[in-house]
Design a protein around this ligand. Structure first.
Ligand code: WTA
Length: 640
């Protein structure tokens, strides 16, 4: 059985696109017809970008897990829903069929309930990439609890901030996680995050690494024991909670240009429809295909294209616990051959890092099962694109370059594999329902070309079903961040180019958000962490081009303490950042300076710092407005 709404030709794409813009209600109403609802909607779309208030499938009732699990049981009960490959290639993999997954999700949903979790409660999930992570996510959705998954690389302090922001009362975690040669003591990080916390009532701990953990009486329980308890009670099924279309499904924290990470909120119905629609169309998913998305479920890519998109489509999702370079740089290729993977969806940073190992790790690898390749998370450079095409896809697999964001829930701009044209380093065309527009600084549509292309800030004119609904606990912030820069437009924070045919090329962030190895990190966040270190007076953080990571983190630091030498201070600062945010935010370079270039009004001139970090010290532009132009000379000539 195929998908009736799968676009099969360029003509069909054009038709679908036109209809989606001319009559979104009709278009998305039709797509909605392919899902299971407890009650139909009264109105497909109601919206304004001023408040903002966006409602899709208004009045409908549903549960996303009925669409991901129950409705497949008749025909796909014995089809693998999740194939799990462990970190250690010697350990046995697991195959979880739709029937198994249904049972496990119901069981764990009952565990959550018996531990007091109710509809609307926030459950923080901090786990490694094991099937129980997907099970925990779906179990929350089953009972209408709002999951907030936190990537395993974040520190105790980051978790504490997120727990507080979401006022979460429940945590699901593991004793530890395996990632390459490392064991990460997840529970112990949670224990640190919980020092002084009075909100969290229960921590459910799943066994993975058998690392020693402290289990606090009255607060901490073992996953396995709790499952046994509900089994003894004979609880097999768990009724799916009736959710309103607009009820929140999850919170996912992401970095912005100011302050602490914000909790992006997605709603049940629109998110379900859109992740499914994009999964089926972008990757041209066919029944039985094995889809391998290498992201972590701690990021939006994992939410949408490991869990909800594939499962709502009755697909088989391959989940990998480890990293691409362990035990060696051929690991992805081994996995592809082992399971005959058909679709590989990964990030440019992974491709570049594997490219660095040369063709050795590809020797003896077959890779002939691959049909479609995808990339996400950052702009892909042409060299990496061609390497991917030639050595992985053997020039026979279309590459989809998918542009989207945590806030957009699903892919907004991408070619459709083998259906619309690919163009190296271009995300190409908007998905049906997505209306991009390039604007200048004043919000005016860019209508003049520069070197043959339109160039501007990328905005979207109207909502698509999985548009961000709010930032948790602070709607004003959502409005200010995304809907206030330009009137009546959603502002993405990205810059883009557009050609005459309407193809888009994303050039990167135009705000103070960095994209390091495909991870979003705010410069303000890193500065705040550095500034926490005793002895640091002030700091400024910018990005610079990095061969593998895409962007590296460059920190200029004014230091006044007397402790240690420069090397020691550097290490201390790295340690501080690791504590406050996590190792992913560690600066690649730290330069000690005696001052920062500031305007007379005290604003740091980041433009100049960026140029110096890029090594472009010749052409710094106008520095006459600086309070102390001498400082630029010093920084230019400084060592790191
Ligand atoms: C960047 C990840 C170029 C972009 C799904 C965006 C990309 C940010 C692409 C969102 C792409 C993502 N080409 N840039 N194909 N995909 N980006 O929230 O800057 O982790 O704003 O979501 O990644 O990152 P996030």
């Amino acid at each position: 059985m195929s998908y009736p709404y799968q676009i099969k030709s360029l003509e069909q794409y054009k038709e679908a696109y036109k209809q989606s813009v001319d009559n979104p209600d009709l278009f998305w109403g039709n797509i909605g017809g392919y899902f299971q609802w407890k009650r139909r909607w009264e109105k497909v779309l109601e919206w304004n970008f001023t408040e903002p208030k966006i409602e899709w499938y208004k009045g409908a009732k549903l549960n996303i897990t009925e669409n991901c699990l129950d409705r497949h049981l008749k025909t796909l009960a014995n089809t693998p829903a999740i194939i799990w490959e462990p970190n250690d290639p010697e350990e046995h993999h697991r195959v979880i069929t739709y029937k198994d997954l249904y049972t496990k999700v119901c069981q764990f949903a009952n565990v959550l309930k018996s531990n007091g979790v109710k509809k609307g409660d926030r459950v923080c999930i901090y786990m490694g990439m094991i099937p129980e992570l997907a099970i925990a996510v779906l179990a929350c959705a089953r009972i209408g609890a709002i999951h907030s998954v936190i990537f395993g690389g974040f520190s105790a302090q980051s978790i504490a901030d997120r727990l507080y922001d979401a006022q979460a009362e429940y945590i699901v975690t593991c004793d530890g996680a395996y990632r390459g040669a490392k064991d990460i003591p997840l529970k112990s990080v949670i224990d640190d995050a919980l020092i002084g916390n009075r909100t969290v009532k229960r921590v459910i701990v799943c066994t993975r690494t058998r690392t020693a953990v402290s289990m606090i009486k009255g607060r901490d329980v073992w996953w396995e024991d709790e499952v046994k308890k509900v089994e003894t009670l004979g609880l097999v099924d768990c009724p799916a909670e009736e959710m309103d279309a607009e009820d929140p499904l999850f919170i996912l924290y992401t970095s912005g240009s100011t302050g602490k990470p914000k909790g992006v909120v997605h709603a049940c119905a629109g998110y379900m429809v859109y992740t499914n629609y994009t999964f089926v169309n972008v990757f041209q998913y066919q029944r039985g295909d094995i889809h391998f998305c290498t992201a972590d479920i701690g990021w939006i890519t994992g939410h949408s294209y490991i869990v909800y998109g594939p499962l709502s489509a009755g697909g088989t999702s391959l989940m990998f616990e480890g990293i691409p370079t362990w035990p060696d740089a051929g690991r992805f290729w081994d996995i592809i051959d082992k399971f005959k993977v058909n679709i590989l969806y990964t990030a440019p940073t992974a491709i570049r890092s594997l490219m660095g190992f040369g063709l050795g790790p590809l020797q003896g690898k077959n890779l002939s099962s691959l049909k479609i390749l995808g990339t996400v998370g950052e702009p892909i450079n042409e060299e990496a694109w061609h390497w991917y095409d030639e050595h992985i896809g053997k020039k026979k697999c279309p590459i989809v370059d998918t542009w989207w964001q945590t806030e957009t829930g699903g892919i907004l701009i991408s070619n459709l594999a083998g259906v619309t044209l690919a163009k190296p380093s271009w995300a190409t065309l908007p998905m049906p329902g997505v209306q991009p527009i390039l604007v200048d600084e004043n919000g005016k549509e860019v209508t003049e070309k520069e070197d043959g292309l339109y160039k501007g800030n990328l905005c979207i004119k109207a909502p698509w079903p999985s548009t961000i609904r709010t930032t948790y606990g602070d709607h004003e912030r959502c409005k200010k961040n995304y809907f206030s820069t330009y009137e009546n437009l959603y502002f993405t924070g990205d810059g883009a180019l557009k050609d005459e045919e309407g193809n888009y090329r994303i050039t990167g962030r135009v705000d103070d958000v960095l994209n390091v190895s495909g991870h979003r990190i705010g410069t303000a966040e890193v500065e705040n962490a550095i500034n926490m270190h005793a002895g640091v007076v002030e700091s400024a953080v910018v990005g610079y081009p990095h061969d593998i990571k895409g962007q590296g983190i460059y920190a200029y630091v004014i230091f006044q303490g007397s402790h240690g030498d420069e090397a020691m201070r550097r290490k201390d600062i790295l340690q501080t950042v690791t504590r406050i945010i996590g190792a992913i935010a560690k600066p690649d370079k730290i330069q000690f300076v005696s001052g920062l270039p500031k305007t007379r009004s005290g604003k740091i001139m980041r433009r100049i710092l960026r140029k110096i970090a890029e090594g472009e010290t010749q052409n710094l532009g106008d520095t006459t407005t600086l309070l102390d132009p001498g400082v630029v000379e010093e920084i230019k000539n400084g060592k790191i």
